[in-house]
Design a protein around this ligand. Structure first.
Ligand SMILES: Nc1ncnc2c1ncn2[C@@H]1O[C@H](COP(=O)(O)OP(=O)(O)OP(=O)(O)O)[C@@H](O)[C@H]1O
Length: 621
């Protein structure tokens, strides 16, 4: 199986692979055994893939005894992992094993290099380091692969130090052999008992047979079954221990945490299926960068079919697990999967069950649910935007930050705390929680004891437009709610005489020209002098978000609102009544409002110069 003929081509690893390899090998020493989990999972994926492709091309059919073979060669200090999977071409070997395609992998490298040593194993747990984990135990690795449907085989070889070679090779049948030339200190992974226990721990549920070559006392060898391969979800609940559930969850999610919730049930009736689903208790670190599709595994009569059947809405994509049905044929094609009503029925039932589980856990309102919400709330809120069927239910258990306290609140609790006469659930959206808490937009609401929801996840810019109302209470941004403020008393503004705006407003309008849409007095401010806002359409925070996500929006000048009780506005008003110019001050005032709102300045240098001039004047005075 090793390369014997032809010229070796030398290739350099992409820079990221080099760095990742270095990190994986040096940082994760204590968790070395997961190399086997990663290689066996890859072998199983490749075998699944070939089985699926053979449905439409019988030439690719798997051999009768298809499986994964693990062979320790103690004398040669080699460990060989072979599969009958789909295999890789020359280009696929170079691409898959020489570059990093997933952006998450890059982020992983960055996170790992900055993590404390004791946190590293759990990071690796959250992330399948994949094939490169082999270099934790091997000085060098040879991968010989023949693509199903092709006669050509190639061997990829590397010592994991910057480059790899590709050499023409031979293999009697399609599939892949991975030969690990083990490090001196990795002998334990050539022992059958050790290998067997790792397989039991990590790969027991893989439905392909895994065999382990064992040497008998007389020196002959025997391939012995090493995994149980029974589908755990088919066993009665009473026969499954919590540890087995956890191990299965970790296997299917490639995770290290405990499941937060385990849902295991058998449905009978119009559609028959068994489901074993989990809510994770930790968020995979690259979760927000992963694709938006649910990855629940669909099996038909125990046989893995696909993880692309979209069995749950994408706002539930954190759910992990398996659905196994009797009601589809084993040779179900992708087209059929999309069209069959069976899948639609299963999807409905499974979604309902997960929703009920989350709702029940939300009712307990304990720390575990808060942690769950902190991990996945930003994704769940996508459902408020796109899942019209469940929108109100999601709103019922969603949690929010507010101006009231540091604890998260529900909308029901917010409503219970509403002031007499308050009809509206107020919210403010923005980029981050601290900036929101300090926003000038909140001053008038704070002064009147009106609680405001603080929404700082990117998705918060969108869903309020579709939720409209909850329990007959309208949701509205504080940016568009200043009219409501007149209805509520505050004890701060009575004592200070407001400035006369009659001359100031036209003077500001003249000084600012078409850089503003309007200038007006406001009651929404107590501490700040000015605020900018927009009228109708998306508010300024939303406009910024939309621009950042690449949408082009027409530039609309903002409205400048001024606080008649602020000393600066009073001073300006006096200047105007004395007939003095406020041209420069007006421009600084507008830019100050922009800075406060987090808006970019159109002319930062001009602003700095003007401000320096004004400061020089006041410092000299
Ligand atoms: N035994 C194999 N047979 C066929 N292709 C393989 C095999 N092992 C790896 N590959 C290919 O190489 C790619 C990279 O493997 P690697 O384990 O590094 O990442 P991954 O499996 O895509 O992701 P992860 O392991 O991080 O979940 C795989 O996606 C697959 O295309």
């Amino acid at each position: 199986m090793n390369a014997t003929q032809g010229q070796a081509e030398k290739h350099e690893f992409s820079a990221e692979v080099g760095r990742l390899l270095d990190l994986v090998v040096h940082a994760l020493y204590s968790d070395r055994e997961i190399f086997l989990r990663e290689l066996v999972a890859n072998a199983a994926d490749a075998t699944d893939k070939r089985r699926f492709e053979a449905l439409t091309d019988s030439a690719l059919a798997l051999p009768e005894n298809a499986g994964i073979r693990i062979t320790p060669e103690k004398d040669r200090k080699e460990l060989v992992i072979s599969d009958d999977g789909v295999g890789m071409t020359h280009d696929e070997l170079a691409q898959n094993l020489g570059t990093i395609a997933r952006s998450g992998t890059r982020a992983f490298g960055e996170k790992l290099s900055s993590a404390k040593a004791e946190d590293r194993p759990s990071l690796i747990g959250q992330f399948g380091v994949g094939f490169y984990a082999a270099f934790m135990v091997a000085d060098s690795v040879d991968v010989t692969s023949r693509k199903a449907g092709s006669d050509e085989a190639w061997t990829w070889s590397s010592d994991g130090k910057g480059s790899f070679t590709l050499t023409p090779s031979t293999r009697s049948a399609p599939g892949t052999d991975i030969v690990l030339h083990m490090k001196d200190d990795a002998d334990e992974f050539l022992d059958s008992w050790r290998l067997r226990s790792i397989i039991r721990k990590w790969a027991d549920h893989i439905s392909w047979p895994i065999t382990l070559r064992e040497t008998k006392e007389d020196g002959t060898t025997e391939d012995k079954a090493a995994n149980e391969g029974t589908a755990l979800w088919r066993k009665p609940k009473s026969e499954i221990t919590p540890e087995q559930y956890t191990e299965f969850y970790r296997h299917i999610a490639r995770a290290f945490d405990e499941p937060y919730a385990t849902m295991h049930w058998h449905a009978e009736g119009t559609t028959e299926f068994t489901a074993l689903l989990f809510l994770p208790s930790a968020r995979p670190f690259d979760f927000m960068e992963q694709s938006r599709e649910s990855r629940i595994h669909l099996h038909v009569r125990r046989m893995f079919i696909t993880d692309e059947a979209d069995l749950l809405p994408s706002w539930m994509r954190f759910v992990q697990g398996v659905v196994d049905t009797e009601d589809l044929p084993l040779n179900v094609s992708r087209e059929m999967l999309q069209a069959t009503p069976v899948l639609a029925r299963i999807r409905k039932a499974v979604t309902k069950r997960v929703l009920t589980e989350i709702k029940n856990r939300a009712k307990t309102a304990d720390d575990a649910f808060t942690a769950f919400w902190e991990n996945f709330g930003a994704v769940i809120k996508e459902g408020l935007w796109e899942d019209s069927e469940h929108r109100q239910e999601i709103a019922g258990f969603a949690r929010f930050h507010t101006t009231q306290s540091d604890d998260l609140t529900t909308l029901d609790d917010y409503i219970a705390r509403m002031k007499d006469g308050q009809e509206v659930i107020y919210f403010l959206t923005g980029d981050n929680l601290d900036a929101l808490k300090a926003s000038a937009q909140l001053e008038g609401f704070r002064a009147r004891g009106l609680e405001v929801l603080l929404l700082s996840d990117p998705v918060d810019g969108f869903w309020p437009e579709r939720l409209h109302s909850y329990n007959d209470k309208i949701l509205r941004s504080v940016v568009y709610s200043h009219g409501d403020l007149e209805k509520f008393q505050t004890d701060t503004d009575e004592t200070i005489e407001p400035a006369d705006l009659e001359k100031l407003v036209p003077a500001l309008k003249e000084a600012l020209g078409d850089t503003v849409k309007d200038v007006r007095g406001t009651v929404r401010l107590t501490d700040s002098a000015v605020v900018i806002t927009s009228e109708g359409g998306p508010d300024l925070a939303m406009q910024r978000l939309m621009r950042r996500s690449g949408q082009s929006l027409p530039e609309a000048p903002p409205i400048l609102e001024i606080n008649p009780r602020h000393p600066l506005i009073k001073a300006l008003s006096e200047r105007v009544s004395k007939g003095e110019s406020i041209k420069d001050l007006a421009r600084v005032l507008l830019d100050l409002a922009r800075v406060q709102e987090g808006e970019p300045l159109p002319d930062p240098t001009g602003f700095a110069r003007l401000l320096a001039g004004l400061l020089a004047g006041s410092a000299a005075a």
